[in-house]
Design a protein around this ligand. Structure first.
Ligand SMILES: *[C@@H]1O[C@H](CO)[C@@H](O)[C@H](O)[C@H]1NC(C)=O
Ligand SMILES: *[C@@H]1O[C@H](CO)[C@@H](O)[C@H](O)[C@H]1NC(C)=O
Ligand SMILES: *[C@@H]1O[C@H](CO)[C@@H](O)[C@H](O)[C@H]1NC(C)=O
Ligand SMILES: *[C@@H]1O[C@H](CO)[C@@H](O)[C@H](O)[C@H]1NC(C)=O
Ligand SMILES: *[C@@H]1O[C@H](CO)[C@@H](O)[C@H](O)[C@H]1NC(C)=O
Ligand SMILES: *[C@@H]1O[C@H](CO)[C@@H](O)[C@H](O)[C@H]1NC(C)=O
Ligand SMILES: *[C@@H]1O[C@H](CO)[C@@H](O)[C@H](O)[C@H]1NC(C)=O
Ligand SMILES: *[C@@H]1O[C@H](CO)[C@@H](O)[C@H](O)[C@H]1NC(C)=O
Ligand SMILES: *[C@@H]1O[C@H](CO)[C@@H](O)[C@H](O)[C@H]1NC(C)=O
Ligand SMILES: *[C@@H]1O[C@H](CO)[C@@H](O)[C@H](O)[C@H]1NC(C)=O
Length: 351
């Protein structure tokens, strides 16, 4: 074959392969199917492993990995999603799947390096540490390892995942997980795209740094041993919808006195059992979207603060366990109020 013919032949081969590959649906790469099957075999199903699924999420767990087998394309397996163009596995959602077993850092899961969404929540990996290898999933936008009995320290490598929008690592075992010194600060600093952060009951034991994602819509850190003063900037996040910092008695919270940038978006504010200082400012009355407010056991004193009387959309209001005194009259204006808790104060109904 002379050169021209060879080039033509090569061109023909490449083109025909291209046409061939475009006309076929992409199949899951063999090595990724194998990695998934190996993962499946590491975790026998025990329905009890997802007990909290029904308790917390209200739906029954079911064993997604049970039907995975070699005879079908892994892109069609329950909980597995592939990229339509490349065929790579980009999403694995095994929430509430009854998986039980030790999660080692040699797990075949870490071969799925194109994952963008990974949800392993509500399983039972009792006695497993969160491997630092999770930090190698550099394309991840969603990571959920909640309520799966992981213990020990959340690896600092999680802060390499700079594309994360959603990070949920909640635990029901109080302080069974910890952030480790400075890690929380680095995490917030580095994950500049975060929209949702949930770390319930993780022992964070540090202050909330000044530098964090301006896209946060959900910041949920109850029962995390937070200390210091809550940065006012939290209240100025213009997309913030849900702020839950309850049960952090050493966290000092002071509301901004002027306008809040989050005032139009904020729907739920849970600040139960925090170290509240200062008054409820007039600016509070601009929280026009607020549906749920919990400021129980938060050291509120004096009469019921006037600005609370303007929150006409509030459906539940908890002010119990404070030092509030005087008459209860303003509440007649809450048209939507369904739940009101004022116990353990010195309030009285007007006579
Ligand atoms: C699940 O829990 C129930 C009640 O606690 C127990 O009787 C049963 O043996 C458990 N099943 C497995 C497979 O561990
Ligand atoms: C293999 O997987 C397919 C699709 O999930 C399922 O319909 C079939 O029952 C499975 N076969 C076995 C032997 O489990
Ligand atoms: C993975 O690591 C665990 C614990 O170190 C070990 O028991 C297991 O055999 C390893 N599995 C493989 C496939 O290497
Ligand atoms: C996984 O699926 C559940 C519903 O089955 C859904 O609520 C959850 O958001 C999914 N996780 C991710 C990371 O998309
Ligand atoms: C922050 O992310 C960058 C980019 O991924 C990484 O190089 C750096 O090491 C990360 N820093 C920390 C403290 O994790
Ligand atoms: C939380 O972590 C801090 C610092 O790492 C430690 O001193 C403290 O004892 C931990 N608290 C609990 C309840 O585990
Ligand atoms: C947060 O950190 C980034 C990157 O280090 C920096 O560009 C930005 O100015 C910091 N923002 C604040 C409010 O400190
Ligand atoms: C409030 O939002 C405006 C417009 O996005 C911005 O210019 C301003 O700096 C924000 N204020 C605070 C305190 O973050
Ligand atoms: C609560 O905040 C005040 C400052 O307003 C501070 O003096 C006090 O030590 C804090 N209490 C706790 C338990 O952190
Ligand atoms: C709050 O309500 C009072 C009277 O109930 C009213 O005078 C005041 O303008 C309201 N403030 C806002 C910001 O809506």
């Amino acid at each position: 074959m002379d050169c021209v013919k060879l080039v033509f032949f090569m061109l023909y081969t490449i083109l025909s392969q291209l046409v061939f590959s475009l006309s076929l649906p992409h199949l899951c790469p063999k090595d990724q199917a194998l990695a998934l099957l190996q993962f499946k075999n590491m975790f026998p199903i025990n329905p009890n492993a997802s007990d909290y699924c029904f308790k917390f999420k209200g739906f029954h767990s079911y064993p997604k990995t049970l039907t995975w087998n070699r005879s079908t394309d892994c892109c069609s397996w329950d909980g597995v999603h592939c990229d339509k163009m490349t065929g790579q596995v980009i999403e694995l959602n095994l929430t509430c799947s009854g998986l039980q077993g030790k999660f080692h850092s040699n797990s075949s899961l870490f071969q799925l390096c194109n994952l963008r969404r990974l949800d392993l929540s509500y399983n039972n990996f009792f006695g497993s540490l969160i491997s630092s290898k999770f930090g190698e999933f550099s394309s991840l936008t969603h990571l959920d390892l909640s309520v799966s009995s992981f213990s020990g320290q959340i690896p600092s490598e999680i802060s390499y995942l700079t594309n994360l929008n959603i990070l949920r690592i909640t635990t029901v075992d109080p302080y069974g997980l910890r952030a480790g010194p400075h890690n929380f600060e680095l995490l917030l600093k580095n994950l500049t795209q975060l929209r949702e952060l949930k770390l319930d009951s993780v022992n964070i034991s540090s202050t909330i740094p000044l530098n964090f994602s301006s896209y946060l819509t959900v910041l949920q850190l109850p029962y995390t041993q937070l200390r210091g003063v809550l940065p006012e900037r939290v209240f100025h996040l213009s997309n913030l919808e849900f702020l839950h910092l309850s049960s952090n008695p050493q966290l000092t919270v002071r509301f901004p006195t002027t306008t809040w940038n989050s005032s139009a978006s904020l729907m739920k504010l849970y600040l139960y059992d925090v170290n509240f200082t200062g008054r409820i400012p007039e600016s509070f009355s601009h929280l026009t979207s607020l549906h749920e407010l919990d400021m129980g056991y938060s050291n509120l004193a004096g009469p019921i603060p006037k600005p609370l009387g303007n929150l006409s959309h509030v459906e539940s209001l908890f002010l119990n366990g404070n030092y509030l005194e005087g008459p209860i009259s303003q509440f007649s204006i809450f048209e939507k109020l369904k739940m009101l808790s004022l116990g353990n104060n010195n309030l009285r109904w007007p006579t």
